[in-house]
Write a protein that binds this ligand. Structure first.
Ligand code: PEP
Ligand code: MN
Length: 337
């Protein structure tokens, strides 16, 4: 349930409504829209007499919210959320461009790629230190050493780092050293991990699960937000369908759907969606045109010898050409990078 307050409602009116809700065992989420204050009600409000609430001074209307996600719901917070990462903004017209290799492989590799993607206009460096691989015999990432190399690349380029956390074991290291914590598709419903992230204030990039519905994805965001961390960035990275030609199927429609349902920023990872490097450019362009708040792109200086996902990684020169086009599309769409 949400309570829309009259534009002239005073803070005292709002406090009276909030107290009544809290007395009924409910939680309140206040948010300021363009003209109205919105009182979001969290908890089971089914026993609450909405007619009684309408009698409070300053209450304009009461809307029943059907979706199970509350804090992530646009009804609760009409304005776009802008996630601020050390002054770098994502959402509300600001595009976040995250680029870098699938895995951090060596100091030379990550620093060279970081410099290249920065020069082309990326504003975040991605790179996996802990890798979720289908086979236990495949390269599992450099782990904590990889995190150190990412930090070095950050020192050299100034780019904030985005990297995947797979278990609660390393949460403290990540909170201390990483700018955006990525939760991969395979861990989207690792609720324990999500709850722990909810207790931090670190921006979280929450990838959509391989076979997750949009509602399940938003419920996972809700887990993080329910704990008090509202810095969530969603990432569409393709879903499993019957099609086998591409690695996954990029669900472009998820972008406008998420924008309608939620205030959270949503970016697109065309690399994991497509699985082939030549599909990255058309899908990246389509994603920005469809309203995405940014991109996550795998870039490698030697894709043939990459330790993971070489077939879907574009070379720095291709990324440079792509960014020239993305900058034009961003301008056309009235967005800034
Ligand atoms: C990745 O970003 O390298 C990755 C493993 O992505 P996903 O979780 O989307 O498969
Ligand atoms: Mn990858």
């Amino acid at each position: 349930m949400i309570i829309v307050m009259d534009p002239n409602a005073s803070m005292e009116d709002i406090n009276k409504v909030s107290s009544c809700l809290e007395l009924n065992g409910l939680r309140v989420n206040l948010s300021k829209g363009d003209s109205h204050m919105i009182v979001g009600v969290i908890g089971d409000a089914s026993k609450l007499d909405s007619n009684k609430l309408l009698r409070f001074d300053g209450v304009q209307k009461i809307v029943k919210v059907e979706e199970p996600f509350k804090k992530a719901n646009r009804l609760f917070k009409p304005d776009d959320t802008i996630v601020d990462v050390n002054g770098m903004k994502i959402g509300g017209g600001n595009l976040g461009i995250m680029a870098g290799p699938c895995s951090v492989e060596s100091e030379e590799q990550i620093i060279e790629i970081a410099k290249d993607v920065k020069a082309s206009g990326a504003n975040f460096l991605r790179g996996g230190a802990f890798k979720p691989r289908t086979s236990p015999y495949s390269f599992q990432g450099l782990e904590l050493d990889g995190l150190k190399l990412l930090k070095k690349a950050k020192e050299v380029t100034g780019l904030p780092i985005v990297t995947e956390l797979m278990s609660t074991d390393y949460i403290d290291e990540f909170v201390e050293n990483v700018d955006v914590i990525q939760i991969g598709a395979r861990n989207m419903q690792n609720f324990d991990l999500l709850k722990q992230l909810g207790k931090t204030d670190k921006p979280v990039l929450l990838k959509r699960g391989l076979s997750s519905t949009i509602e399940e994805w938003l419920m996972s965001a809700e887990y993080i937000m329910a704990g008090g961390n509202e810095n969530v960035i969603l990432c569409e990275r393709g879903i499993r369908t019957f099609e086998t030609y591409t690695r996954n199927t990029l669900d472009l429609s998820a972008i406008p759907v998420v924008k309608k349902l939620s205030h959270l920023p949503v970016i697109v990872d065309p690399s994991h969606a497509a699985g082939y490097w030549y599909l990255v450019e058309p899908l990246a362009k389509a994603a920005i045109m469809a309203g995405a708040d940014g991109l996550m792109i795998e870039v490698h200086n030697d894709p043939k010898n990459a330790l993971s996902d070489g077939q879907q990684s574009i070379k720095p020169e291709n990324f440079h050409d792509l960014m020239k086009k993305i900058k034009k599309i961003a301008e056309f769409e009235g967005k800034t990078i």
